[in-house]
Design a protein around this ligand. Sequence first.
Ligand code: PEP
Ligand code: MN
Length: 365
Amino acid sequence: MQNNILSGIVPFSIDGVAVRRPVVVAGPCSAETERQVLATARELARAGVRIFRAGVWKPRTMPGGFEGVGRRALAWLKKVKEETGMLVATEVATSEHVVAALEAGVDILWIGARTTANPFAIQDVADALEGHDEATVFVKNPVNPDLELWIGALQRVYNAGVRRLGAIHRGFSAYGEHVYRNQPQWHIPLELHRLVPSLPILCDPSHMGGRREFIAELSQQALDMGFDGLMVESHCDPDAAMSDSSQQVSPTTLEAILRSLVVRDKHCSTESLAQLRQQIDSCDNELLDVLARRMAVCRDIGRYKQEHGMQVVQNDRYGLVLNSRVKRAAALGLGEDFVRAIMVAIHEESVNQQVKIVNRKGNDS
Ligand code: PEP
Ligand code: MN
């Protein structure tokens, strides 16, 4: 990997003044109406936010969702700039978006997670950025946990001449139910920071957590790990938002969250105990998610056994499970007794859950 290619990155600044940590970018997931955009922007400006975000074009997972109002909203962003003096930011996913946004005077462009995962799309965006060396561009991580893909996207934009470049960590998607909408996997952005120390990295706790209750804790974790700032979704009426409603906060709540954050000295916190503890927290959360998934499958098996009149414990299967896990654990450098004890405890809980189902009376299964 040729990381020296990114070595000319310019530190982030507004009007030539270096922005103090944390850089805060806030605004609604989507620009919905002129009224909503301006009302949110005014409140955020009062709360001290200096960079306003709003999605003009929205990539939606499923068809039929609100896909943004399109270039019409660029005029609203212009008004935000004129009225509040904030810088404005929007997501671009195609060369047409780049041209339209730059023409409309959008100060900061960001590339969304779905786009970062697609080198053709990134190259299209990068080609449109050619000749716009003064543009500021943030590249979100790809939806999948692939650091090379993320760096590759950054490099394409860098190669187009952009030097005011940053990254946004918004977590990685994973199949199935999880506490957070996107998994933090903090070690990936930390590795990006190690490889490209001059690259500013923001954290997006809204898309990472998927729920507004998680914004404060994820923001604090990000700052403790030395992130440079935050991109948070904020809406003047979050419950009425047309996209990502559950992960947006009102500007007043955002102000309270920002006030509650403890900003520690970056140089002290990098590689610090706090950073390592965040990784432990993250591993434990993953363990709990996996355990919950395993128990859900056990309950499905319980229902199957009930329907087919089978007994709960099948000894041959239990022996196979235990031995194969202990063997696999040894290959991972985990102690045999330790893993055996864990598997026995997990099996015991699985059996308890199945026994409850098998003994359930009536047809409530
Ligand atoms: C967004 O910022 O509104 C967005 C769509 O983000 P992501 O690309 O992280 O899903
Ligand atoms: Mn969103």
